[in-house]
Design a protein around this ligand. Sequence first.
Ligand code: PLP
Length: 436
Amino acid sequence: MRTPVSTTQELLDRRAAAIPKGPFNVAPIFVDHAEGAYVWDIDGNRYLDFCSGISTLNVGHNHPRIVEAVKAQADRLIHACWHVAMYEPYVHLAERLNDLVPIEEPCKTALFNSGAEAVENAVKIARLFTGRPAVVAFERAFHGRTLLGMSMTGKVAPYSAGFGPFAPEVYRLPYRPFFDQPGDRTDEQVAADCTRTVADLFKYQIDADSVACITMEPVLGEGGFFPAHPAAVRTLREICNEHGIVFIADEVQSGLGRCGAMFACERYGVEPDLITMAKSLAGGMPLSAVTGRAEIMDAPHVGGIGGTFGGNPVACAAAHAVLDVLQGDGFFEHAQAIGDRVMPALKRLADQYPHISSVRGLGAMCAFELTDPVTGAPNTAATNGIIRRARERGLLLMSASGNVIRLLMPLIITMEQLDEALTILADSVADELSTT
Ligand code: PLP
């Protein structure tokens, strides 16, 4: 282990002096090294990491196959720029992703760096394919922090407040009835509610014939871990078919094993036209992709999409190793088994504490929401209190949407490690909620 050169307090002071406060930090710690489900800070404290770099580490920290792939590729070629001279790992990764996405028709893939870039490029591609300007996104959606990503993101503070003017031609669907339905609604009722809501959008906000794409996270990530209702996803697919609209599944957070399948859309049995992915795609190396129907992907002219670093060879090599791990024996079954262990544990907590108003998830993308038991107001104080107490006990957690605690454990976690984390979580919840 490297000898730490500074204390945490010294680095916090240097961070405050050298780096603006805009880029937020979940935990006031500095990481020294990490392995599997654990990270160690520079003071030697060990944490079970239930943030996973905000879901970039589905295969865990420093997976040996990824470390090996990165080293081997760095020895051969670190960068060439795809637009200057091509290399096989990009081609092969595109071939693999084309085969992996749940889309029957022939597919093509373009590689970028970040989730926001993938979303922006998916929109550009959809616009050229349809010849239409408008983009439809959801309330509570998160699509990134670039101008268009921020404009599509369906929450004001902290993402877009004060940053206008925003990208034009972005129209918004409410998150209900698509994501949050009372449990007693039948599929038919949900479908009818969704159809009516989209019809209102087309009647009062934007003509359907002007809409290039509808972008949907199958499970809202930053927006609070709301899985879409299956009937809502099916209904949107039908509406897109009817009006020639490109259906984009933003799987930047929900994809690559998190929901107990390679892509969350598979759990819904619905084929999108384009899928955006990033985060866990390259196990922590910056890489994102848009994969989708070849006829749509081929719409942009030569030079219309791309970027200097997009599909960097080292990131591609890491992605191949990630896909090897994901496609290994039982990876998705284990992810689902994690969710199957977590959900009842969260429900037991909800039965004990009226402050926990909702427990929800798909696969291993699980969360619980904290509200005031009397007023129903979001309880961010208790949320932050639980996160702090868990950290003090050696478990890194983070919130979504202010009052939701999301559990983003690496999916290689053992059941023993998971149980240890769930015990820490239960103790932290007990300490926080029995004092409020
Ligand atoms: N789309 C979704 C669904 C996300 O969760 C995120 C990031 O959290 C993004 C897009 C943006 O990704 P990035 O931060 O890599 O730009």
